[in-house]
Ligand binder design. Structure first.
Ligand SMILES: Nc1ncnc2c1ncn2[C@@H]1O[C@H](COP(=O)(O)OP(=O)(O)OP(=O)(O)O)[C@@H](O)[C@H]1O
Ligand SMILES: [Mg+2]
Length: 331
């Protein structure tokens, strides 16, 4: 199967007053059409910077050092502003953590969703068509709200963001992201502001949308358990690189990278709520001067001379499932 998204050897620094912060370090990632992928890793490991690279929303201080990002055969690193207007919101969409930041508090849901529908309809790349009537816009808005399973969609159009719960607002944002019928949806921690039950519902909704619309979905989270429950595949990121990539089952059952094992051990045990939450000792390295070799070696119990010297590449396991890949000299 050909990949919808293919990221290879992608390196990115940020220019800062103190020097180059080496944030992404040879990222390797592929996603097929309609596939759901969870992207997990502790805060600061580069999940959002990677996501923003795929939607062309990097700060001006970002410097791409190497690699390629291909989406549906198109080279995203070569896109100019016009190309991004054609892709972003149309072929590739993204939703963010805090819906309130992206919803206008003084405009009704119907007005905001309607604006997105009108703008999308008139966008470059969209089929040239006469302007939509209000009734058409309204019908499409209702259709989208029903798609994200918001009850009483017609009545919801007249309501304002503050009249909705957090989970409902997140669903509205997902509806907005779907206006352009994208092929890829990236959700950057869409659920961290929500309670656990609502969080699980929003993730499950995205999984169902992915299946129904044949939409590839990247769900970014700190919470390995939450994304592994809904995504077919999970990629674990550490200090700017993918250290393990496997089916969700395989990753939960037999994680092979020492960092993934640590993440898994840190998951709260459902059977024993009083069990101590075991974290991974140490913290992310300073990315102004990241460790040579494997970036995880200063925190790793298995670290050897080779780990300090040679950067491990993400490769399939000799004795594992065919799609299980790990970047570790000791896997
Ligand atoms: N504009 C910037 N200039 C310099 N460094 C930056 C910039 N943006 C992000 N970084 C650094 O890049 C690294 C990765 O940040 P990123 O936001 O991608 O992490 P994350 O994995 O999304 O974390 P979180 O889980 O907290 O959202 C961090 O060390 C961060 O400090
Ligand atoms: Mg982030």
């Amino acid at each position: 199967m050909t990949a919808l998204l293919r990221i290879s050897d992608y390196r990115l620094d940020f220019e800062t007053f103190d020097g180059a912060v080496k944030v992404l370090d040879g990222v390797e990632l592929e996603l097929a059409e309609g596939e759901t992928l969870g992207l997990v890793g502790e805060t600061g490991c580069g999940k959002s910077v990677l996501a923003r690279s795929v939607i062309g929303l990097l700060p001006r201080t970002a410097r791409v050092r190497s690699g390629a990002i291909a989406f549906d055969g198109e080279d995203l690193l070569a896109c100019d502003a016009a190309a991004w207007r054609r892709l972003r919101g149309h072929r590739i969409a993204m939703i963010f953590q805090d819906p309130m930041t992206y919803l206008n508090p003084v405009l009704s849901i119907g007005r905001q969703l309607g604006d997105v529908i009108r703008v999308q309809h008139a966008a470059p790349g969209a089929a040239a068509a006469p302007a939509l009537t209000s009734a058409q816009v309204r019908a499409r808005a209702v259709e989208l709200l029903e798609l994200v399973r918001l009850p009483d969609a017609a009545a919801l159009l007249a309501r304002y963001p503050h009249q909705l719960s957090g989970g409902m607002r997140q669903r509205v944002l997902i509806a907005m992201a779907l206006v352009g019928t994208p092929r890829l949806l990236i959700a950057d921690e869409p659920t961290t502001a929500l309670d656990v039950t609502i969080q699980a519902q929003v993730l499950a909704l995205m999984r169902d949308l992915a299946a129904r619309l044949r939409l590839a979905c990247v769900m970014i989270s700190h919470d390995l358990g939450a994304v592994a429950a809904v995504c077919r595949r999970v990629a674990v990121m550490y200090a700017g690189t993918i250290v393990e990539d496997a089916s969700a089952d395989e990753l939960l059952r037999a994680p092979r990278h020492p960092y993934s094992r640590g993440l898994l051990a840190a998951l709260p045990d459902i059977d024993g709520p009083h069990a101590a939450l075991q974290g991974i000792a140490g913290s992310l390295p300073n990315l102004l001067a990241p460790p040579a070799g494997c970036r995880f070696h200063p925190r790793c119990a298995l670290a050897s001379e080779r780990c300090r010297r040679e950067r491990p590449v993400l490769r399939p396991l000799a004795d594992g499932a065919p799609l299980h890949r790990v970047a570790c000299h000791h896997a």
